[in-house]
Design a protein around this ligand. Sequence first.
Ligand code: S3P
Length: 475
Amino acid sequence: MNAITSSAASAAVSSKARALTGRAIVPGDKSISHRALIMGGLAVGETTITGLLLGEDVLRTATVMAALGAKIEETQQPGDKHDGRLPTEGGRVWRVWGRGVGGLSEPADVLDMGNSGTGARLIAGLLSAYPFTSFMTGDASLRGRPMDRVIKPLSQTGATFTCRSKGRLPMAVTGTPLPMPLTYESPIASAQVKSAILLAGLHAQGITTVIEPAASRDHTERMFRHFGVDVRVETGLAGGEAGSSRYKVEVVGQPEITGRPINVPADPSSAAFLVVSALLVPGSHLILPNIGINPLRVGLFQTLEEMGANIAYTNRREEAGEPVADLEVKYSALKGVKVPAHRAPSMIDEYPILAIAAACAEGETHMAGLAELKVKESDRLSAMANGLAACGVSATAGADSLTVRGGGPKGNTPITIPVNLDHRIAMSFLVLGMTGDRPIAVDDASAINTSFPDFIGLMNGLGANIEAVHQRDLP
Ligand code: S3P
């Protein structure tokens, strides 16, 4: 395999790592970054955003908000790096001048959401409340993902949607001048569905209510509150699914909101790859400052601790209404556990990397309640079961479960895992490659730019051994 340095290389191979040590700055939270740009675009006056994720998904949302009339500028400072640092650490500041709730205007061209399910669904909610027609598309992965989960409730506000078969993009949205405030009981715990309805509800006269079978991440609710919007939440309602309680949120529409500063915490879903690498590579010891620890996002950390992980939280604080802490992680011997279905909403994006931790643990790990994994950037249930099996790890996928037997990858011949436009599948298998004698390649490392643009450089700086390679040189 010939290692190359050119950024044109789109594949990568990960070989056994040295101990991972040091302090690493994890990029900004993807969910919060989308919401910061959207709310900045709806506020009157200037919103300043620090720590914004500069991943492709978020940059698509920035471009779309600008196409809808917001003014967005990245403040250039000499010597700045795209590393998500706070301004006090020399990081970049984004400035958004919004148009007010109800003030967005018709875009002149098709809105391309790239790989981003979150961007597509949240922006669909927004567009449903404006009296013009917009057209939305995305990459091959996003064009295969279901939009009917937002089309169904948003159609009840008076908006109309025209899309391909099975509710897939491309899609035309014709919004309504007078959006009806909905009461919607969602069949799935999905923050994207909830947030699309709440963003539409922000434009409706009256109270919009969403009820979920279990609480999904509440970044929209917290961001609304940060902007002074009246948001009411009821937790612990009877009748939830898989041992969870139902969750209800109400928002009072048509507020006047003004711009304000937002510090975006580092993304726990991106930190997950560093945390698991440190737990699996002997001798590792990482400090990860400023990680979001919203209780509805920390299911992976909780599960890893049950498996025997040594993770310490210090300097707990709040940023823009979100709980944040510094994490210290040390190499730990992990053992298999049963992960209950009710934990799925709080770690929905983390099952691929948990499956890697499980593959290197002692004993068996069983994960339940994974149906939603099949409609993420790729079918992650099949991707993990097939990819692990190819690496010699015993992994069995059920209809909505995954069972992984530990012991690590077998053999020492290099192997290539297909990424299928899925950033988290790519990063997960690069982490597995760090742990043993079998080099593991991914056929498309460019997918990682979706959420963690400098993943390879950062990991190599800490002790990993990941090389960019040409696809033609893949094993
Ligand atoms: C997200 C919600 C989750 C998650 C996605 C980001 C969000 O999707 O998988 O990466 O920012 O609202 P669902 O809400 O569909 O579960």
